[in-house]
Ligand binder design. Structure first.
Ligand SMILES: [Zn+2]
Length: 459
């Protein structure tokens, strides 16, 4: 089946499933889970060993939980296509010119940064990609009103994504994959790199005139300020937030600055567009293809209405690298009663991690804001870095804490990480910021117990 036809068939089924309500959604979820488990047992040596001793038709709860370090450690046994292997995927993502290009001519590949200490490599097959694309139809129908459709069409549905680039991360890779495949999307989708200086991003966005603007909340706050100052002049129909959680004040600042309807989607490198928000502020899970189970620290289900310790993801669309009861690490709260918006898809809220925006003083005395996701990945991309943490110690000084990969030379890693960070800061207009190596490894907050990669100081 051709790609477009496949996507259309899936999109129709998504709409039908939603119309059938909980019964239709659950039936599809059950059948797809059974098929995925059977496939994993037949074609993934990792799952065959893991599921040995389980009944022929295990229930979801009977399946053992898996983690990223465990799966990454068994990568070549985990994947179900013997042509896919870790060495090949690593070689592929080492080449930044291949971002969004199909791996082995057929797979979408992306990676996570080392912020949690264990970078992940994720491979999505053509069917999974068609499902993610079809989700867009469901989301557009939920988000856009009649007048907004018209405004979208007037702006040729141009979609700008502003994010950290160059690392084969999911956001950029997914956009580039669409551009790669489709000449129309090559014109209408564009990625703007947050590594570039802000005035350059602003000028490029003004020229592009996006109908949809997607970025991290911290970056959207910067753009909202630029818009209020009159330098940025965009008129997005939709402003989509991703990657970080957001408090109400920041939400209001973004909405006031940028205009357009603010929306949240919940995505991961392991599964694109797992959930999307409604007017009542809940995220609705695409439960016909995605299972999210809020659980406590021992893996037991968290009661609805309570915040979970973590959430387990099962991605029912992707066969090449089965993700079944995978510990995603986010804290999630499931809505106990039906959402007043009427959407039958289960409703959740996600408490993501929120790193601080650094405010540093330039040599010229200006305050320059540095975004946590980007500056964190600049350090994490240094060979030999397993995990890093940046602590602001003054208006022009930072402390860098490093966890190294086994066997890495501490001196070489520090020299390279320092150079990369200093280069990045210079690009942002921050010459001569002092960067010191911390004596201690990256640490969790003594109060919240949460790990923050970037800790601002308020100087
Ligand atoms: Zn709702």
């Amino acid at each position: 089946m051709g790609r477009r036809l496949r996507r259309a068939v899936i999109a129709l089924d998504l709409l039908r499933a939603q119309r059938e309500g909980a019964t239709g959604l659950d039936r599809r979820q059950g059948a797809r889970l059974s098929a995925l488990v059977a496939h994993a047992r037949a074609s993934s040596p990792f799952y065959r060993a893991k599921y040995r001793g389980l009944p022929d038709q295990p229930s979801l709860r009977e399946l053992p939980v898996v983690s990223k370090p465990e799966l990454m450690g068994a990568f070549d046994d985990w994947v179900t296509d013997p042509r896919v292997d870790r060495a090949g995927v690593e070689a592929f993502i080492a080449d930044p010119t291949r971002i969004g290009a199909p791996y082995l001519g057929r797979y979408f590949v992306c990676r996570t940064s080392g912020t949690t200490g264990h970078p992940g490599l994720f491979v999505h097959d053509a069917h999974a990609c068609a499902v993610y694309e079809a989700f867009t139809a469901r989301i557009d129908l939920a988000w856009l009103s009649g007048p907004q459709w018209i405004q979208m069409a007037r702006q040729r549905a141009r979609w700008a994504t502003v994010l950290g680039t160059g690392g084969h991360f999911a956001g950029e890779g997914w956009m580039e994959l669409q551009r790669h495949r489709d000449p129309w999307r090559r014109r209408t989708l564009r990625v703007f790199s947050l590594q570039r200086p802000l005035p350059e991003i602003v000028a490029a966005l003004n020229a592009f005139d996006p109908a949809v603007l997607t970025s991290y909340p911290s970056a959207l706050e910067l753009l909202a300020e630029e818009q209020l100052a009159g330098r940025l002049q965009v008129r997005p129909v939709i402003v989509e937030l991703g990657g970080e959680s957001l408090d109400d004040d920041a939400r209001a600042r973004i909405a006031a600055g940028l205009g357009g309807a603010l929306h949240d989607a919940y995505s991961a490198s392991e599964c694109m567009a797992m959930a999307y928000d409604c007017a009542h502020g809940w995220l609705h899970v695409n439960s016909d293809w995605v299972i999210l189970e809020p659980v406590d620290a021992d893996g037991r289900p968290t009661p609805r209405g309570e915040a979970s310790h973590t959430v387990l993801l099962s991605n029912l669309a992707n066969r090449v690298q089965p993700i079944i009861r995978y510990d995603l690490g986010d804290t999630v709260l499931a809505r106990p009663d039906p959402c007043p918006c009427g959407n039958p898809l289960p409703a959740i809220r996600v408490q993501g991690r929120r790193d601080d925006v650094l405010r540093l003083r330039s040599a010229e005395g200006a305050t320059i804001r540095v975004l946590p996701l980007v500056v964190g990945s600049v350090v994490d991309e240094t060979p030999g870095v397993q995990r890093s943490q940046l602590v602001q110690t003054g208006a022009r000084s930072l402390l860098l804490r490093l966890d190294l990969e086994p066997g890495a030379s501490a001196e070489r890693v520090w020299t390279q990480a320092h150079a990369r960070l200093a280069d990045y800061l210079v690009d942002q207009g921050l010459r001569g910021v002092e960067i010191t190596l911390g004596a201690d490894p990256p640490a969790r907050s003594a109060t919240s117990g949460k790990f923050r990669q970037v800790i601002a100081g308020g100087y």
